[in-house]
Write a protein that binds this ligand. Structure first.
Ligand code: DGY
Length: 338
């Protein structure tokens, strides 16, 4: 009888404790790069029990077919999972997991950082200093927007939107939110935030911060029409997914002053930016750093590995997105790889 080694494939190396947890349970293979689809398909065809992809890896029906019935779980190293065709996984009995909760505060901090930097023109100021253009204090030099008493419109009110609300309330902002799902307002925010329509947010907010997943309904949610309806003094912050904003329209909005500024952590076609965006002085541009702290990335690594180990043990993973994939019960535990 052929002996099959229990195998986990990570496309990129994960921080500790993931390597320790995974290699104690399985043979750990690390591709070491984001491979083109055909290469990833070939790697999976060699025999993999659990795949730990990155948000840049596309997990679709073709990849799952190449992996064959041996693949039991896809454990994304991200909370967002728009890179994964979850129904295709469910159809094939493959569990999908993500990393919710552990990156909430880091991402909310990043959104606040972008909000402050864009509203107070800190990067423009940084540019002035480095270029030697600062000639001394002047009454009307680089004036920005006060966050104090400004209206914040949160689009999406899940964990991260709520964490931004808590921070914004400490800055004495008025917090409005729009969320189609209408999640329950946690006790500590009850009476301190107000649910309104997306259109009310567009019309009233001084700062709009996006915290919605990328779905067909949210792709280009903020396009030319919305940008033209925002206040000319307003700031747009995006730490969700790039395609929620029509980036070409945003470039026109910044160039022509439909809005005052933008703070972006995500882009439509990462790592590229829409032509002209880099030249927009009122855009603060971060390279997808929302969860990029040592502690948060380690917590994501732990959760990702715990999900993978649970799948190998024949247990439903702690943050499984599609438990119905294993409706007939989890598959049997696999042998520990020696
Ligand atoms: C996620 O987890 O979805 C972020 O975009 C990266 O941490």
């Amino acid at each position: 009888m052929r002996c099959v080694t229990t195998t986990v494939l990570c496309t990129l190396a994960l921080p500790e404790p993931a390597p320790s947890l995974l290699s104690a349970r399985a043979a750990l293979r690390v591709l070491g790069r984001i491979a083109p689809p055909e290469e990833l398909r070939a790697a999976l065809a060699e025999g993999v029990d659990v795949l730990c992809p990155q948000l840049r890896d596309r997990v679709d029906g073709a990849l799952l077919d190449a992996a064959g019935p041996r693949l039991r779980a896809v454990c994304n190293y991200a909370v967002g999972f728009d890179n994964i065709d979850v129904p295709a996984c469910t159809e094939r009995g493959v569990a999908v997991t993500n990393t919710p909760g552990v990156l909430t505060d880091a991402t909310a901090d990043c959104a606040m950082g972008l909000m402050l930097a864009a509203a107070r023109r800190l990067c423009e100021g940084d540019g002035e200093m480095r270029a030697g253009r600062y000639k001394g204090w002047e009454p009307e030099y680089l004036l920005g927007l006060d966050l104090n008493e400004a209206v914040l419109g949160l689009v999406g009110f899940g964990r991260i939107g709520q964490a931004v609300a808590r921070r914004a309330l400490a800055f004495h902002m008025t917090v409005l939110y729009a969320d189609e799902q209408g999640p329950p307002v946690p006790d500590d925010l009850a009476g301190r935030v107000r649910r309104v329509s997306f259109d009310e947010i567009v019309a009233q907010a001084d700062v709009i911060s996006l915290h919605t997943p990328l779905t067909p309904a949210t792709r280009h949610l903020v396009g030319e029409d919305v940008l033209r309806r925002m206040k000319p003094t307003s700031v747009l912050v995006n730490t969700s997914r790039g395609p929620v904003v029509d980036e070409a329209a945003l470039v026109r909005a910044l160039r022509e002053g439909w809005i005052a500024a933008a703070g972006l952590d995500v882009y439509e076609r990462e790592p590229e930016m829409a032509p002209g965006l880099a030249e927009c002085r009122t855009a603060v541009l971060a390279p997808h750093l929302g969860s990029a702290t040592v502690k948060t990335r380690a917590a994501m690594a732990r959760l990702c590995a715990e999900n993978a180990v649970a799948a190998l043990d024949g247990r439903v993973p702690p943050t499984c997105l599609n438990p119905q994939a294993w409706a007939a019960g989890p598959p049997p535990a696999l042998p520990v790889a020696s």
